[in-house]
Design a protein around this ligand. Sequence first.
Ligand code: TRP
Length: 473
Amino acid sequence: MRGADPSSPNPSPVLPKSLTSQGELVRTLKTEKAVKADIDAAVKLLLKLKADYKQVTGQDYKAGCPPLESTVLEDTGPAAAVDGEDMVDPWNVSTTSAKGVDYDKLIVRFGSSKVDQELVDRIERVSGKKPHRFLRRGIFFSHRDMHQVLDAYEKNKSFYLYTGRGPSSEAMHVGHLIPFIFTKWLQDTFDIPLVIQLTDDEKYLWKDLSLEDCHRYAVENAKDIIACGFDVNKTFIFSDLDYMGASPDFYRNVVKIQKHVTFNQVKGIFGFGDSDCIGKIAFPAIQAAPSFSNSFPQIFKGRKDIQCLIPCAIDQDPYFRMTRDVAPRIGYPKPALLHSTFFPALQGAQTKMSASDANSSIFLTDTPKQIKNKVNKHAFSGGKDTIEEHRKYGGNPDVDVSFMYLTFFLEDDEQLDKIRQDYASGALLTGELKKRLIDTLQPMITAHQERRKQVTEEMVLKFMTPRPLDFNF
Ligand code: TRP
């Protein structure tokens, strides 16, 4: 997927203006017979502005003819952020930095807001609960409109949660649990309805898989999701392949969204090209539709004004920038968002865990022994080469994958802090750090497997049946 030039000006409706003035400058320089070098420089900038314009709008720039309002997205520019070496879009995440993606830069690029201490404190005040470790540790690091959600909540206006998963295989890894663990906490904390979209249609369109397999993976993945502890009376899980056909209201929203997004826009946001199948081009509307409460009449009694909050990994933001752009134009509230960082691969934070590479991930089906071996063998270490050197100079927790995983899963802040200090000072060796991680992961995964075993086909069916939930709207 093509990325934006980081040095290019922010693509926005302002672009034609700078293009106009640059065009005028070139003309003036030429009529005034300015120095050739000056003219050349001005022409070069003009061409660059035109190229940027085309990338954002998908149209050639015509002087005095601004793009249609709807071809320029409100929030920010293209989804792919090639920022220095970082690359983030819904399908790829990579960076050359061992510390991982620079998330502060991503906030600037995507035009979202930082989850700062003030917001974390406010969530604590409003909910009366200790903030989840993912909030305390900056794992859910970015948001859109969270203050608005809290303002409304304080005035007794409820909201609902929406998250999802693309079921590309039966195997889920611990990284896949991050949004669900956090969503469960949000649901318990605010006592609100939750809808979970399983995009089996998306995986069919993007991968070399049969429809039957994608649907089967959706149901299998639903079991792992249910095993996170969601309340069946407050949660609706749906497969797109099932629900799209069963719910006229959902499909009506899909069509409304499709009418208000142009091919140019999705090209700009997702980088689709001429040889992508039309299913992909139409798909973003299907991921957008659950952001609107009247897509679920059985839960919200046809109301269209219930605010939606979407916890997701930052790579899903392009879908929701599009959604937020469309929302006011079809008379719906914009969904709010909470974005998480990626869960790093065992080999290092340059990329995220991938279900298709067994050695890069800890799977939810791994045995205690497999977990131990994978961590010991594959977890990238920030330790020194020899014990002597390590004791002398200390390790680097910022690039150490075992330490990073502990920040996700070790609940105790003091213990975590002590591990960091001891590792950095050299008091704690790599093998010892890895053991801490193994001791944390093994019981966690075993407990998950136990809970998953308890999930019956009947329970899955109940979660996946469109029905009213325990809320009065
Ligand atoms: N596209 C997502 C994936 O491939 C799945 C998804 C659908 C999703 N709706 C969502 C993720 C809402 C987060 C929030 O995994």
